[in-house]
Design a protein around this ligand. Structure first.
Ligand SMILES: *Cc1c(COP(=O)(O)O)cnc(C)c1O
Length: 478
């Protein structure tokens, strides 16, 4: 399998998986996608059903990944997946799970990993893949990232203890939830450096950009990233769509709808890919919070990037985005893989006007039929009402992001006649966002044993002014 950039109209040969693994963006500014999506037939799905039940999630992951990765030996790939999806990392061999919430909606559990958010599902594999490829090339990598919550901690827990990796993670001082801070800052590993920047999240991101703009420094210190545009993260996520579909069905032609709380369009992009591979997915329900860039596009055909002042801080904070970094991948497929058209929109039009308009095009008119997307928006009040209603109905407490998906899915289900079962993806455990749970239910959720008392552990964090030279000095160890 070879990979091409969404902006490469040359039709030239693509790159193998391991070459794009360590690269972020393509040199032309586009995102990598496989040249084709491998097609699943009934026999493959039947075989995978046995693999999942008899051997567990890690074995299924290797089956799916082998379709996309042909430059890693199958034995090595099996071993990588076994390490990434170990039962003691995710609590069971099944790794993911399903709970019936009633009324045709099921919860797809993706948050059993070390940091209690679905980001672990991709990041654990990424850690193994990076270590493997760096070893093979005899190289090292310095991950530099900015986080307002879930990505940073998932990256740190996945990269810790890996000899060829070092992580510098910037966080806005005092702005993450106490639980999120404790989760990151309690990590005691010399290769993981937590940095609290005197500023907001955007300042942290600007610092990362400033360091990356210094190409000499970047090359000298082998600076890399683990952000959500990395193809390996997406393909890792395709696996759980397959696993949850297998768990929710008994026949190999049975269709399922997925509801996905969305921000950067990473999670649901994996659903789009699974559907394009022929996994029997009926509808992909995209849920946003008040930052509804994506819901607006699917309703109107207009994609309008928000400015800082228009980006709301909400109670589902991991979906507070101003533009969706993976969206270009979907648009590439939507426009029939026309790289010149994608370049026109993303490299020329967006920087100029911060929006483009596909309404009135044939591609947009046929979008829902061809790709199965519907979208909706959820507000703070909706989130609270959904958390309370689901708790009253089934006794299950869901986190605010998951509530956005469940609420939008229930609202659309009857209006659109969506196929049952609907699987709403649980992207975090409620314990991470207890303030909103208390607001919705009047009481807190019991804390899982493994997170008991993490706020009391010693904190490992360095305070830093909002200053790029200071950050570079820290990375350089001077
Ligand atoms: C990252 C995240 C999301 C959004 O996922 P995308 O892939 O960016 O669309 C939703 N919920 C939680 C809890 C997250 O951490």
């Amino acid at each position: 399998m070879r990979y091409v950039s969404t902006r490469d109209a040359s039709g030239g040969p693509g790159l193998p998986f391991c070459d794009i693994l360590l690269a972020g963006l393509a040199p032309d500014g586009g995102l990598y996608l496989p040249e084709t999506y491998p097609q699943l037939d009934a026999a493959t799905l039947a075989a995978w059903r046995r693999v999942l039940t008899e051997q567990g999630y890690a074995a299924l992951a290797a089956e799916v990944l082998a379709l996309y990765i042909d430059d890693i030996d199958r034995d090595d790939l099996d071993a990588l997946c076994a390490r990434a999806y170990a039962a003691d990392t995710f609590g069971s061999d099944a790794v993911v799970g399903l709970t019936d919430l009633g009324g045709g909606v099921h919860l797809g559990h993706l948050s059993n990993g070390p940091t209690a958010a679905f980001k672990d599902m991709a990041m654990q594999l990424l850690g193994e893949l990076f270590e493997y490829e760096l070893e093979r090339r005899d190289e090292t990598l310095t991950i530099l990232g900015a986080t307002s919550g879930d990505t940073g901690s998932a990256a740190e827990y996945a990269m810790q203890g890996k000899e060829r990796l070092k992580v510098f993670m910037l966080t806005p001082a005092g702005r993450m939830s106490p639980f999120q801070q404790a989760q990151m800052f309690s990590l005691d590993d010399p290769a993981v450096v937590n940095i609290a920047v005197d500023g907001v999240f955007d300042d942290c991101q600007d610092l990362v950009k400033a360091v990356n703009a210094d190409l000499t420094f970047k090359a000298e210190h082998r600076i890399g990233a683990v952000n959500s545009i990395n193809w390996a993260r997406l393909v890792a996520q395709v696996v759980y769509y397959v696993a949850l579909w297998l768990m929710a069905t008994t026949r190999d032609d049975q269709r399922v709808t997925f509801a996905v709380p969305s921000g950067n369009f990473g999670n649901i992009c994996a659903g789009h890919i699974a559907r394009a591979m022929g996994l029997p997915i009926d509808t992909l329900v995209l849920a946003t919070n008040e930052n509804n860039v994506l819901a607006e596009f699917f309703a109107t055909g207009v994609y309008r990037v928000r400015g800082r002042s228009e980006t709301h801080a909400t109670s589902s904070p991991s979906m507070d985005i101003s533009k969706a970094s993976n969206f270009e991948r979907f648009v590439f497929d939507l426009l029939g893989r026309d790289a010149a058209a994608v370049t026109e929109l993303f490299a020329h039009r967006l920087p100029l006007t911060a929006e483009f308009d596909l309404s009135g095009t044939e591609a947009f008119a046929t979008l829902a039929d061809r790709f199965g997307f519907v979208a909706g928006t959820s507000s703070h009040a909706d989130r609270l009402a959904t958390i309370a209603a689901e708790h009253a109905r089934s006794g299950v407490v869901i986190d605010p992001h998951t509530a956005d998906a469940v609420g939008v899915a229930r609202a659309l289900a009857s209006a659109r006649g969506l196929t049952e079962p609907i699987i709403a993806l649980e992207t975090a455990l409620p314990v991470k966002f207890s303030a909103t749970i208390v607001e919705a239910l009047g009481t807190d959720v019991p804390r899982p044993e493994r997170f008991a008392g993490i706020e009391d552990l010693p904190r490992h964090v360095i305070d830093l002014p909002n200053d790029a030279p200071a950050l570079k000095a820290l990375i350089a160890g001077t």
